[in-house]
Design a protein. Structure first.
Length: 286
């Protein structure tokens, strides 16, 4: 392939297989498989639409640090929507992402993009799939990719509740970071980000489709919240990013961006104790 596959057929395939899958702690790891695109080039119109909805500057000489995730997401969906993938695609929750960028990535380059699911691992609320995405310039033989991410996706199911309760008791609430900005999010944000990213999961698009999955209103894409925070933070160059999704952002709504040093977070403006996202940005040696 030289371009990402369309997402809609993959989502439909994954949705069709989902009712026949029963996640449990003893799920075997998925078959060792990767999906790859060779000769990948960034479309300028796609990049500009993404930059605008995430508040990145347009026309920059480097890609936004979160943009390669969008390029790799269809390949991840291609792997997770197969019959042999043991977790149901419907209901999978993106719980975290870790990004390592060795240098600024040019929007005019030609790249090799690979996505793999090396393991499933137990989580206190179910089972997580680990998805690794790597981007390399075409012909690059360096040991490390220029950009790499590790995401976790959670399939919820019954686990040992005693262990869960014990772990949750050990989690201490962190001191809130100082507020930097307040953002008012419109009700159509999910549709606008979905159009730019290709991720048109119904929980993000409309209150009616979100209610079918247990949400009172549409919720913002987790990757939009990360991208918006990193755009505000100004993350670029050799950098390591860690982010964990804590609670959904209901649309429309108002959120507070807070940061100090390498740490950032996104909180509800109405209830400052409700944290939607926590993260950290660390520069890497050049």
């Amino acid at each position: 392939m030289t371009s990402p596959p369309p997402l809609l057929p993959l989502m439909l395939r994954g949705a069709a297989y989902s009712p026949f899958k029963r996640p449990r702690t003893t799920n075997t790891p998925p078959p060792a498989a990767t999906s790859r695109i060779d000769g990948l080039q960034v479309r300028a119109d796609h990049l500009t639409a993404y930059e605008r909805v995430c508040a990145y500057p347009t026309g920059s000489p480097e890609l936004p640090v979160t943009y390669p995730h969008i390029l790799g997401f269809p390949l991840a969906m291609r792997l997770m929507s197969t019959r042999t993938f043991p977790l149901p695609l419907l209901g999978l929750v993106h719980t975290s992402i870790e990004i390592t960028q060795q240098q600024d990535v040019s929007p005019t380059g030609t790249y090799e993009l690979t996505v793999g699911i090396p393991e499933l691992r137990p989580h206190r609320r179910g089972t997580e799939a680990v998805v690794v995405t790597a981007l390399r310039p075409t012909g690059d033989t360096a040991e490390k990719p220029v950009w790499e991410s590790t995401s976790t996706y959670l399939a919820r199911h019954k686990t040992d509740t005693r262990e869960q309760d014990q772990r949750e008791q050990q989690e201490q609430p962190a001191t809130p970071l100082p507020e930097i900005a307040e953002w008012r999010l419109s009700g159509d944000l999910g549709r606008r980000y979905g159009a730019a990213s290709g991720d048109r999961n119904p929980i993000h698009l409309h209150p009616l489709t979100a209610r079918a999955f247990g949400f009172p209103r549409a919720i913002a894409h987790g990757m939009w919240t990360v991208a918006r925070c990193l755009a505000e933070f100004g993350a670029r160059g050799p950098v390591h990013v860690q982010a964990r999704f804590r609670a959904p952002v209901l649309l429309p709504g108002t959120v507070t961006y807070a940061a100090r040093g390498p740490a950032f977070e996104l909180r509800s403006a109405k209830d400052g104790d409700r944290v939607h996202l926590t993260g950290e940005v660390t520069g890497l040696p050049r």
